[in-house]
Design a protein around this ligand. Structure first.
Ligand code: MSK
Length: 660
């Protein structure tokens, strides 16, 4: 990896160079100019009251430094960490709340443009919630599901519904240590209370409150969001698409959806093919309408419809710099305010759509679920109207890569045995035999403070070379997609011999794109299913599995890392630790959490060391489970993996009238 590049994505790098030549500022230049404050970036700054901000620095700061109130460095660092968790949890969960209310509106017939697309998934979710569904009208079941999930936000006592989906032993650990979350909002509020001036001062206690909140995010907000999105718009199955800036078309209206919420984007997907709108685009001189995405709204519509993606977080300004984006419509989260400023130098219209999120310099077209298609059509027309304003200005690029996305946990289960024998048995067997060394969740943002996407790319290639199966989400997936890694050919060319065999037998890439940030919840479901399948650990902790977010930047990533850790995954984040100033806090997050939950949260800036630590965790877990020692190319006995033809044969024999 060339450390002098701003992006490891060659296409992105070319656009950045063009921008520099044109003196157009991007996050890459700002990251260079804006050095992080060394006190704040290591968690040693306290600004929860106005006696400060206090800087807990100096010789022996861990023992001796005190804020004006007397707060120690470990207290301050723990509070900073817990507040990041609360921020991340609030973001995912507020998104989930909107999804739950949309489901309720659909069930009540108030959101006419939406429907229940995946009834089977609705029934599966109803089953998790002990809601009767047999023989009942679909909308009645949907209403009960929505109401029950909405209760998770405001519940004051008891436990959030989905904790029961975790392995029993994992649940027992949460109960033993008092971190089973009650209600999502309650946990966020309590952490904000506990970390305000003069309340909770014991670092371990503060961090346990943080973990409780993080679990409310993973097994609450994120999981609710994933499930309802699947119910409303369909559970993803593999789709072919394309990634990178070459997805923009010179002769068509380019409309880009960016942010995190799928509802408006889904409506735009539906309306862009309406003949009236295509004719409207043609009346403006365009050949048609080309829809693309960025960040996690992109992942949502990529997973379900194969809408191409221009990439992750750091690509958003670069999209505008191509000069080809006629409208950039944004909802919530990970939207740089810089896009509105930059768009003034081009013809791009930036359109905010959420009542929660406005931006100086952008136009606002408010999304309303009761009137969703009309809002979507309005946005498409704005993009079409802007097409004639396009000039030649811009760094026009043409590179794009094929992508296979759409690996929901349901599909991963299905692909291992077909409709009648769907299970995680083949994966568990492949791990036990040493064909697959372990599994890594490669997630989180891309970041302009490193050669952007470079750490994802390095770890993705090295891990699959080492026979580690990767499940990816969010901008980690975008980083792999824009590198051309999300294809089955990647396994043939780069995977170790065991992983290659598994991928060839099933016909999958060695990196499975699971969806948006909220879809990290799918990894929790997969790990729970692997524990239930048997042969490996009987809880999530102890699996040869690790979570990595090498380029994280968002509080949401911290919340995700912490719910992974509390669920039993060792997690490794790239970059310097945001609480690295405190040895005590660092020790709690690594050693103490590992003792209690078999999970941990490390921060490690060196990508080689991230790789080493990951493989070490995997190999130690294999050894503790008494699995065959991993040796490349040498496998133990295991069941024969069925290829797609064999699976079809079984299904035809079982129910000949059902095709695949
Ligand atoms: S969008 S949180 S930059 S993954 Fe989900 Fe990407 Fe990180 Fe936002």
């Amino acid at each position: 990896m060339n450390k002098h590049l701003k992006s490891a994505d060659e296409t992105a790098e070319r656009i950045i160079e063009w921008a520099e030549a044109e003196r157009l500022e991007t996050c890459f230049e700002r990251a260079e100019k804006m050095k992080p404050c060394p006190i704040g970036s290591s968690g040693a700054c306290c600004k929860v009251c106005h006696m400060g901000p206090c800087r807990l620095v100096g010789k022996d700061a861990e023992e001796k430094a005190r804020g004006v109130c007397g707060a120690t460095l470990p207290t301050v660092a723990a509070r900073n960490m817990a507040r990041m968790i609360a921020g991340g949890t609030a973001a995912h969960s507020d998104h989930a709340r909107d999804m739950a209310y949309t489901l309720l509106a659909v069930a009540d017939g108030e959101a006419k443009d939406f429907k229940i697309t995946d009834v089977k998934k609705l029934y599966r979710v109803a089953g998790y919630l002990n809601i009767e569904f047999e023989g009942r009208p679909v909308n009645d079941v949907a209403r009960d599901v929505a109401v029950k999930l909405i209760e998770d936000f405001g519940r004051q006592k008891g436990e959030i519904n989905y904790l029961s989906r975790a392995p029993k032993k994992t649940q027992e650990r949460w109960k033993k240590w008092g971190i089973a979350p009650r209600g999502i909002d309650r946990e966020v509020v309590e952490v904000m209370h506990r970390t305000t001036m003069g309340v909770d001062h014991e670092p371990d206690h503060i961090l346990m409150g943080g973990l409780r909140t993080a679990l409310a995010d993973g097994w609450g907000g994120c999981m609710i969001s994933t499930d309802i999105t699947d119910i409303l718009f369909g559970t993803p199955a593999p789709v072919k698409a394309e990634a990178s800036f070459g997805i923009f078309k010179e002769d068509e209206v380019n409309l880009v959806v960016h942010g995190h919420e799928p509802t408006l984007a889904e409506m735009i997907v539906e309306v862009v093919s309406e003949p009236e709108l295509i004719a409207y685009a043609q009346s403006k001189g365009a050949k048609g309408i080309n829809l693309g995405g960025m960040c996690c709204t992109a992942n949502e519509v990529l997973m379900r419809h194969g809408i191409p993606t221009a990439g992750g977080f750091t690509n958003q300004e670069l999209g505008i710099l191509t000069g080809l984006v006629d409208a950039l419509t944004v909802d919530v989260q990970c939207i740089m305010p810089a896009v509105a400023e930059l768009s003034k130098k081009f013809h791009t219209k930036v359109i905010t759509t959420s009542e929660k999120a406005k931006m100086p310099g952008a136009m606002h077209v408010e999304y309303d679920e009761h009137n969703a298609k009309d809002v979507a059509r309005n946005i498409v027309r704005i993009a079409c109207d802007n097409f004639p304003n396009r000039t030649k200005k811009g760094s026009h690029v043409t590179d794009k890569f094929p992508v296979i996305a759409g690996f929901s946990h349901e599909y991963i289960e299905y692909m291992q045995g077909g409709r009648w024998r769907a299970s995680f048995r083949p994966l568990n067997d492949a791990i036990m035999a040493g064909r697959v060394r372990g599994v890594v969740g490669l997630a989180g943002c891309d970041n302009p403070r490193v050669p952007s996407t470079g750490l994802h790319r390095f770890l993705a290639t090295e891990l699959i070379k080492n026979d580690v199966l990767i499940v990816s989400t969010g901008c980690g997936s975008a980083a792999c997609g824009t590198a051309g890694y999300l294809t089955p050919e990647m396994a043939l060319e780069n995977a170790g011999p065991g992983l290659r065999e598994v991928c060839e037998a099933i016909g999958i890439p060695p990196i499975l794109h699971l969806g948006a940030c909220v879809d990290n919840s799918r990894i929790l479901t997969i790990a729970s299913a692997m524990a239930a399948e048997g042969g490996l650990s009987d809880e999530i902790g102890g699996m040869p599995a690790v979570g990595i977010a090498p380029e994280w930047m968002s509080e949401k990533a911290i919340a995700i890392g912490c719910y992974f850790a509390a669920s039993g995954f060792p997690v490794i984040f790239g970059g310097e630790s945001p609480v690295g100033a405190s040895e005590e806090v660092t020790k709690i997050m690594t050693e103490v959490w590992f003792e209690r939950f078999r999970g941990a949260l490390h921060f490690e800036p060196d990508p080689e060391k991230i790789l080493e630590l990951t493989l070490d965790y995997i190999d130690k877990a294999r050894s503790a489970l008494k699995l065959k020692k991993y040796e490349p190319g040498k496998f133990g006995a295991e069941r024969v993996l069925m290829d797609m033809a064999a699976r079809r044969e079984i299904e035809r024999a079982a129910k000949p009238h059902i095709g695949l």
